[in-house]
Design a protein around this ligand. Structure first.
Ligand code: EPZ
Length: 427
């Protein structure tokens, strides 16, 4: 096991490229199952969730090779339709294999993915969508057994009661090879949905309206080999901007899609940061003291992303004034509050609302990553704190950030990754 050590209060300064989007590459890798050929996916970040996805693809019979940030999947040898519990539990988003395996083989046997640190993560919308395609769905002893039957999947009209990202992805994956047309109403609009559709359309699928609330998928008989480059990670981009903002820093992100990070930029401007966009560059320079951000409400895209809630909470901990943060997407995504308080943050929470009273300074602390984004919030707090911070349980962070300590060291942070048992003398 490893931990991250930070000696804080160093200004971040410089230019970085942003990794490929974790929440785009995962469904796209699953989608390669639908192609009876070879898919070459570029800009794949080196993350443990990507490794877990590749393990499942290999188990199913795909030949997967990786060279740097390019992953090649030959899905001609798919021979299985089940995902073992151990592999399912390695990451939450494995439920997106349901649509991919069902669409390719006509049957899928997965274990229930279970909840995680941020909530129960039910899958009722996924299962009801598969039934609306005409599949039978049985859940017994923790297994989901989904079968399309002789007739195969039939296109249909599906209305989502909540614009679930994963359910939208599963419906697209099940619909691209189904007989007839599928229309999703109240679909998720996240950019990762559009990226998935772009990849599949390049393979010969007929998906229209991805990125809007109504998505239409005309079923086709076959998908062909193609290459695709994954979009930049808007959550990682927002995270690094926040890291610069809390250190009175100046950062330029190259090769981002400005509209994707717009929802996170608005509060940073309210906090007094100067944020400029030109083409695929975004530059932020921070004031010596951040002004308060009155209210953050997490919402489905294009609202403020729930995946940046923990990070912006770390930032509001050192703003001048009191901020209110409402988490509207997940029912228990405040586990990082207890760890932020160990830095000296003044935060109280009731249900889905947190009130953050900004303090002038945070102080280095020994904390743990409670989950992926909670872990990135610990890094942000450690970067702006006075003194030394040790962050344990950093395997959560490695699920979604590619070598964050190297990115941040390049920008001037005093941050390193060490073995858990290494003795550390504070600064
Ligand atoms: C995706 O999770 C992302 N993960 C999450 O990012 C992100 O926070 C989330 O979308 C919301 O944007 C990946 O893309 C791999 P949802 P997903 O289905 O698909 C409820 C990160 O940090 N719901 O949109 O699981 C659910 O409980 C991760 O990178 C049901 O009730 O999210 C939640 O309250 C964390 N029934 C809400 O919808 C269902 O069947 C949003 O969930 C499905 C979801």
């Amino acid at each position: 096991m490893e931990k991250i050590i930070i000696n804080g209060s160093k200004r971040l300064n410089g230019e970085i490229a942003v990794q490929g989007a974790k929440n785009s590459v995962l469904p796209i890798l699953v989608a390669t199952l639908l192609i009876d050929g070879v898919s070459v996916i570029h800009n794949c970040p080196c993350l443990s969730d990507v490794d877990a996805t590749i393990k499942i693809l290999t188990y199913l019979g795909c030949r997967v090779t990786r060279e740097g940030h390019t992953v090649t999947v030959d899905a001609r040898g798919v021979s299985k339709n089940d995902v073992p519990e151990t592999l399912m539990h390695e990451m939450r988003s494995s439920i997106v294999f349901l649509g991919g395996i069902l669409g390719r083989t006509g049957k899928a046997v997965l274990s229930t993915p279970g909840g995680c640190e941020i909530g129960l993560r039910p899958i009722d919308l996924h299962l009801s969508a598969m039934e609306q395609f005409g599949a039978t769905v049985k859940t017994e002893n923790g297994l989901i057994i989904c079968s399309a039957g002789e007739k195969g999947l039939t296109g249909t009209k599906i209305t989502l009661s909540f614009p679930s990202v994963g359910a939208t992805e599963n419906i697209i994956l099940a619909g691209v090879l189904a007989k007839g047309t599928t229309v999703i109403t109240n679909a998720a609009r996240e950019p990762e949905i559009s990226d998935l559709a772009d990849f599949l359309n390049r393979c010969g699928a007929r998906i229209h309206g991805a990125g809007d609330s109504t998505v239409t998928i005309e079923g086709v008989n076959k998908l062909c080999s193609t290459e695709h480059t994954v979009i930049p990670d808007r959550i990682a981009a927002s995270t690094y901007m926040i890291a610069a903002a809390v250190t009175n820093g100046r950062i330029c992100l190259k090769d981002v899609i400005p509209s994707h990070i717009g929802p996170a930029v608005q509060p940073l401007r309210e906090a007094g940061c100067d944020v400029r966009v030109s083409g695929r560059w975004v530059c932020l320079s921070a004031p010596p003291r951040l002004h308060r951000i009155r209210m953050i409400r997490t919402m489905p895209y294009p609202g403020f992303p729930t995946d940046v809630q923990a990070q912006i909470m770390a930032l509001t901990s050192v703003c001048e004034g009191t901020s209110v943060i409402v988490e509207n997407i997940f029912e228990s995504r405040f586990k990082h509050i207890g760890e932020l308080i160990r830095f000296g943050a003044k935060i109280s929470a009731e249900g889905r609302m947190a009130v953050v009273e900004g303090v002038r300074k945070l102080y280095g602390a020994n904390v743990k990553a409670t989950d992926l984004r909670g872990g990135s919030a610990m890094i942000i707090a450690g970067l702006c704190a006075e003194g030394t911070t040790q962050i344990s349980e950093i395997h959560h962070i490695d699920r979604g950030y590619e070598k964050p300590e190297e990115v941040l060291s390049f920008l001037g942070a005093d941050i390193r990754r060490v073995k858990d048992d290494e003795k550390i003398d504070s600064e």
